[in-house]
Design a protein around this ligand. Structure first.
Ligand SMILES: [Fe+2]
Length: 434
């Protein structure tokens, strides 16, 4: 590709594959839901949402639009934040008991991911762990297509409307793992940024850092050429490492995080910023949906696994609860200090897109440049100060590392592969930053 980062590697992948849903973006576009669902052949829709959104105007708009197109609608809303296997099984039974020919999801990542996973188990029943890779299960491939899916996100972070993965809490292991298959990609994404007008600043902060971390992880991920070449091109996972497509989306998402994240947090009326963040979240989803994330996301799963009685103020959610974006961001500066030596130029480029001023620093300062820019944004957006800031103590470091060390694929997608003791050291240095 004329770029040193993607130089050929013996035995490495020589191709990368890009998958994208049909994508619509714009204020008011939720009212297109009926016409778009009908064009996908939907006549009997299962609408997935959560209890908070159920009686709100976004769900009402979508239901009215579906009905206006002659589509019948049954609603499933028993979806908890950070959905687990119980949620997915319940949702799959709901689907299996109906005669649905399509799914419309209206909600954040929890809703969209539940819809994706439920469609898999409804059409291809199997023991729950079967479609997850190690250490959860044997990683059996999803056998084939699931129902057509029109995804309508209501937060500006997850990007799930553009990815072929679902993140589900596996109760037997008490933490989250990724269920991934090209079949999980929604047919269409309908992204109406006006849904973010009423989001409180703290929700925009958390989801904004999810967006930011998706983007910087994609940009700094191991090059796709360094993943082993697969014999069957159809078995190529979408979590295939950084590639020129993911670079393109990630770059713009990083610029958007630089320009608009703090603005969108501090001023609820800043429509320009919030619209940009919504688009940026999709761009970052398009990026990581075609490259995969790495260590910051892997290490967020230990944080949410072991949060015990930790509560985050400002959320109407039962404790323990740490919003996903915060769980990712709190370790990120320490992680990039550790990783940057493996690909310093790449990290300096990413820091530049994210608004760092000292991008002419020497390669051995790259980690510090990235870390300092993320820390500044964390401060400005009111994020907790490291894992200590969300309530962890020095004595938790070992358990955090052991929990996150199970996220093998994401760990292997980093430019430098962390050992268990490396991860303990990273958590120890992520306790606080200022
Ligand atoms: Fe994420």
């Amino acid at each position: 590709m004329g770029c040193q980062y993607y130089d050929c590697v013996e035995g490495g992948a020589g191709s990368f594959t890009v998958a994208m849903p049909k994508y619509t973006f714009g204020r008011g576009c939720l009212s297109e839901a009926g016409i778009r669902a009908a064009s996908l052949g939907m006549r009997q829709v299962a609408l997935f949402t959560d209890p908070m959104l159920l009686s709100g105007s976004y769900v009402e708009t979508v239901i009215l639009a579906l009905k206006a197109s002659g589509i019948t609608v049954d609603v499933f809303s028993d979806i908890r934040i950070e959905p687990d296997d119980d949620t997915v099984i319940l949702a799959s039974r709901f689907l299996a008991q109906g005669s649905f020919d399509g799914v419309v999801s209206v909600g954040g990542g929890s809703v969209i991911d539940t819809a994706k996973a439920a469609m898999v188990y409804a059409r291809y029943p199997a023991p729950f762990n079967d479609y997850f890779g190690a250490p959860v299960g044997p990683g059996k491939p999803v056998p084939g297509p699931i129902l057509p899916h029109l995804a309508c996100p209501t937060t500006s972070g997850t990007g799930s409307e553009c990815t072929s993965v679902a993140v589900i809490r596996v109760n037997s292991l008490n933490t989250k793992f990724v269920l991934g298959s090209p079949w999980l990609l929604p047919e269409e994404a309908l992204v109406d940024p006006s849904v973010c007008d009423s989001l409180p600043g703290n929700a925009v902060a958390s989801t904004g850092f999810d967006l930011l971390c998706h983007a910087i992880e994609c940009y700094t991920a191991k090059a796709y050429t360094r993943w082993e070449k697969v014999a069957d091109p159809l078995s190529r996972t979408m979590l295939q490492g950084a590639n020129p497509w993911s670079d393109m989306s990630a770059r713009r998402a990083l610029e958007i995080a630089d320009q608009y994240l703090v603005r969108g947090v501090v001023d609820q009326a800043d429509q320009e910023a919030r619209d940009a963040l919504m688009f940026g979240a999709s761009l970052a989803g398009m990026a990581f949906g075609n490259s995969g994330t790495h260590l910051p996301h892997a290490m967020s799963y230990g944080v949410t696994h072991l949060m015990n009685d930790i509560t985050t103020e400002g959320y109407q959610v039962a404790s323990p609860f740490i919003p996903h974006g915060i769980s990712v961001a709190v370790s990120a500066p320490a992680i990039f200090r550790y990783l940057a030596d493996a690909q310093p130029e790449r990290h300096l480029e990413a820091a530049g897109y994210l608004g760092a001023s000292d991008i002419d620093a020497s390669p051995n300062e790259a980690g510090e440049v990235v870390a300092c820019r993320i820390i500044q944004l964390m401060k400005d957006a009111g994020l907790p100060n490291g894992i200590g800031g969300v309530g962890f103590l020095e004595g938790d470091v070992k358990a955090l590392a052991e929990s996150s060390f199970r996220q093998k694929r994401a760990i292997a997608n980093a430019p430098r592969v962390a050992s268990l003791s490396d991860m303990e050291e990273i958590y120890a240095s992520a306790m606080s930053y200022w």
